[in-house]
Design a protein around this ligand. Structure first.
Ligand code: PEP
Ligand code: MG
Length: 861
């Protein structure tokens, strides 16, 4: 040992390596995570074989051609000792070159091992090393080294093949072997592909690689010998469960090569488990598993060998895990007081929470991909194809799960979407109708599937590979990956269990920005409540008018020729609206509810085909020509920029008046039955102060009338949706009449870019791929352009009215990066689809824990 330590000491002086001891100067920043973890294991007293670490700098020098004195490195080990080299990057998730084992294997060692362990074992070890060296170091074709068996002849062939290809014999000098291995691993790390791959996982461009050189513990020898791995949780569910593999030498030499005769750590029909075979060794493994959980503060997978009945622990790595397992593990560690709750919150990626909220395709099953598009709403579902909302409803009535496939969806498809288990559209982008509604409903959705050809009339869709699917065929939509698959596939159910709720509660405790939900229906509101939303930030009331029984009345209103007739039609809708609001208020039990007044253009409520118009003429007892004329009169070249939102509110005031009355009457009723309600009423698509003044005057008048009629007082708050660039620019004067400003970043993005949110899907992929846009601006807030309007609007609004409440209610409200922006800008809350509330909550909690986004403004809720 004296001489070996002296050798290490000498090598250390040249800064090539550090022997890992409990007190050695090893750090993650210099030597990487694996080296540090091995040191921790050694400190805990685990039986780790002798290991030396090469620093990032040393490996960088090696890649640049300065290979260290490898003979000196090897002199840190017993003479003739085989060694392994493993990568040690700063973060294990950044990857690194694969480990290379059995370095030092040569003709001499082969002879010696043949004497002690038998020729077949020695052949197998040598063959394995030759192949690894040939493929990963000399970069030869692996096919040439696929030996049939572990015979002497196969070994000779492999050595000959190496010599043929490289014009030199297989290197025999262990120091040269090690030098070549180090060089190839160092260079692999610096290669462009590896760099891009790790950068995609968040590694900085100059991330370093350390290497650890470890004495091989072969798991070969007399008595019980073998090698294996063990872990203590299920990587898919995160539940406590011991799994692993153990391959005993006693199972025969063949086991070395083909994995046959593996003894599972847990009992298995194939034979005795390690537990039964060697209970003492198994108990030692359990002991080290518990110690590593307690002290390394993680669920680790332990790699071990047993040599002549003696346990060696070679390595321990974080158990790879699904999102649901990550959450369960983090909560269990915190509940066992191993890590603080705050750390548990930071250990789960916010975005990954969506995987727990929906059914997911089991990652272990096969997939038959038929189409690819934009992943618009996560989760997966299987059902029969239908091509119309009516067919979806009929299918649901038969109790048959269906997938609604449309060119794009429109408001009249709402009921069909409700009836479907997933939606697939040929057109559209992240904030097109189908995407927004599906996210609200928690429905898996893929939009912009441009590689499929849809023939609605023939009730068929053709995929890029020529396959044709017809109505009734079963497919699976995976909204998490943006794919459609043929047939049914194996699914994992949602994981909304107590662990999930506990975790969400912890996030609520540290979150310092409000998280509200965009909820239109009682079902949405209930989901919002279940996910702990702080209220409703956007209730899109127009969806209420597409309900059966309301659409005809709505159409009557549209066809009315006078204000009086319009009022008469709207009077029929009033009690229904009142009921809508009462149930929302009741479900939200006193939490704020922000109701947006009617927003879409009226023509969305009219039929578009002749058949529909004929039916409508019949229903309204009007000549068909009257109906066609009115439909034509209401059609617009650019409906999204036409007569909608507050413009409709000003030109057809009866609609807003009815809605305001319904809100106030519901306020009185809900407050009488339960918690007091202070409704928030929001005007959409405002671009001028005068619009706000006009609508406010009318709403205040309705409030006054309701107060007098009912003899009851109530409060309400009027606010403005800032979704036109002009509203953001003029936020100062607008805020004089608005208690709150809520940025509708879907329309604001559309109008700032001059980019249709419903058509962007067609070219967004290409735009992002070519770097025109760094990301889809309908998905991640464009902080440079749209963000500047937000900051400007917020600042001007606040200057005019210090207590104005600021929020965002576009789809960006559920996006972690956009939440960081809003938090830093001092917004009071974000509002997003109910199913995104947990993600938004965790993202905000993590930001507050990181102390990020130190206030540009102020924060209240
Ligand atoms: C918006 O425009 O950002 C918004 C929330 O409203 P909608 O998506 O209904 O247009
Ligand atoms: Mg809008």
């Amino acid at each position: 040992m004296q001489t070996k330590d002296a050798a290490v000491q000498k090598a250390t002086e040249f800064q090539t390596l550090t022997l890992i001891t409990p007190t050695a100067d090893i750090s993650v920043a210099c030597h990487g995570g694996r080296a540090k973890c091995l040191q921790r294991m050694i400190r805990l007293g685990m039986p780790v074989p002798r290991t030396v670490a090469l620093s990032f700098d040393a490996v960088h020098d090696i890649a640049a051609g300065q290979v260290p004195d490898t003979a000196a490195i090897l002199s840190a080990f017993d003479a003739g000792q085989l060694v392994s080299v493993r990568p040690s990057s700063e973060d294990p998730d950044w990857g690194g070159p694969g480990a290379i084992l059995n370095i030092g294997m040569n003709d001499d060692r082969h002879r010696a091992l043949s004497d002690t362990l038998g020729a077949e074992v020695a052949n197998a070890l040598y063959l394995r090393f030759i192949k690894t060296f040939a493929v990963h170091v000399a970069r030869l074709d692996p096919d040439m080294f696929d030996g049939r068996d572990n015979s002497e002849a196969t070994l000779r062939d492999a050595l000959a093949a190496y010599e043929d290809e490289t014009d030199e014999p297989f290197p025999q000098d262990p120091a040269r072997q090690l030098a070549e291995v180090l060089r190839s691993m160092a260079r692999a790390w610096e290669g462009t592909t590896a760099r891009l791959l790790r950068q995609a996982k968040g590694a900085p461009a100059d991330a370093g690689l350390g290497l650890v050189v470890q004495e091989m513990a072969l798991g070969l020898g007399p008595d019980e010998s073998g090698s294996g791995v063990i872990q203590f949780v299920d990587p898919v569910t995160g539940l406590r469960q011991i799994t692993g593999r153990y391959q005993s030498q006693a199972q025969g030499r063949a086991a070395l090569n083909n994995g046959a005769g593996v003894l599972f750590l847990t009992c298995d029909s194939r034979g005795a488990s390690l537990q039964e075979r060697c209970p003492d060794l198994f108990a030692q493994l359990l002991h080290w598993g518990e110690i590593s959980r307690q002290r390394l503060r993680e669920e680790m997978e332990i790699e071990f060998t047993i040599e002549a009945g003696v346990l060696k622990i070679l390595d321990a790595v974080r158990v790879r895990r699904s999102s649901r397992a990550a959450l369960r593990i983090a909560v269990a560690l915190a509940e066992d007081w191993i890590i603080p709750r705050e750390e548990a919150l930071q250990r789960v990626e916010a975005r990954a929470l969506t995987e727990l909220l929906h059914s997911q395709i089991d990652p272990t099953g096969p997939r038959d991909l038929i189409a690819r598009g934009i992943a618009a709403s996560p989760g997966a579902a299987t059902g029969r194809i239908v091509f119309s909302a009516a067919a979806a409803q009929a299918s649901a009535a038969r109790g048959e799960a269906c997938i609604l496939v449309r060119r794009e969806t429109a408001p009249e498809d709402i009921r069909g979407m409700h009836a479907a288990v997933a939606v697939l559209t040929e057109r559209g982008g992240m904030s097109s109708h189908a995407a927004v509604i599906a996210r609200g409903l928690g429905l898996p959705c893929v939009v912009g599937v441009s590689d499929m050809t849809l023939r609605t009339r023939d009730k068929m869709l053709k995929c890029a590979d020529g396959r044709v699917f017809r109505e009734g065929d079963v497919i699976t939509v995976d909204g998490t990956t943006g794919t459609a698959l043929a047939g049914a596939v194996k699914m994992l159910p949602p994981a909304l269990d107590d662990t999930f709720r506990t975790f969400l509660k912890w996030a609520e405790d540290v979150c310092d920005i409000g998280i509200r939900a965009n909820a239109d229906t009682p079902a949405d509101a209930q989901t919002a409540r279940d996910f702990g939303a702080d209220g409703i930030g956007l209730c899109r009331t127009e969806h209420m008018f597409f309900d059966e029984g309301r659409l005809t009345v709505m159409r009557e209103m549209i066809f009315a020729n006078s204000a009086e007739d319009r009022r008469a039609a709207l009077d029929q809708l009033l009690p229904m609206q009142r009921m809508d609001f009462i149930s929302l208020f009741e479900i939200m039990s006193g939490q704020p509810v922000c109701i947006r007044l009617f927003d879409p253009p009226l023509h969305e409520f009219l039929p578009h085909d002749r058949e529909g118009m004929r039916e409508l003429a019949e229903a309204l007892d009007l000549p068909l020509s009257d109906v066609t004329r009115r439909v034509e009169a209401l059609s617009e070249f650019n409906p999204m920029l036409g007569m909608r939102g507050v413009r409709l509110g000003i030109t057809v005031p009866e609609i807003y008046e009815m809605q305001a009355r319904a809100i106030f009457e519901a306020t009185i009723e809900a407050s009488r039955r339960g918690d007091p309600v202070v409704p928030e009423i929001m005007m959409p698509l405002v671009s001028a102060k005068r619009e706000v003044e006009l609508v406010k005057t009318r709403i205040d008048a309705v409030a006054a009338a309701v107060r007098i009629e009912r003899g009851v007082d109530f409060n309400y708050r009027l606010g403005v949706m800032v979704e036109t660039p002009r509203a953001a620019l003029r936020a100062g004067e607008i805020a004089q009449h608005a208690a709150f400003l809520s940025f509708g970043t879907n329309d604001l993005t559309q109008m700032t870019y001059g980019l249709s949110r419903d058509d962007a899907g067609k070219f967004m992929g290409s735009y992002v791929q070519q770097g025109v846009f760094p990301e889809d601006p309908f998905h991640t807030l464009d902080v440079d352009g749209v963000g500047e309007l937000l900051l400007m609007g917020a600042e001007r609004g606040r200057k005019a009215r210090a207590d104005v409440v600021l929020s965002i209610c576009g789809e960006h409200g559920g996006n972690p990066e956009s939440i960081a922006f809003c938090r830093a800008a001092g917004f009071d809350y974000v509002s997003c689809s109910p199913f995104r509330v947990p993600v938004a909550r965790l993202a905000a909690a993590q930001l507050s824990l990181e102390g990020q986004g130190a206030s540009v403004g102020r924060r209240k809720e």
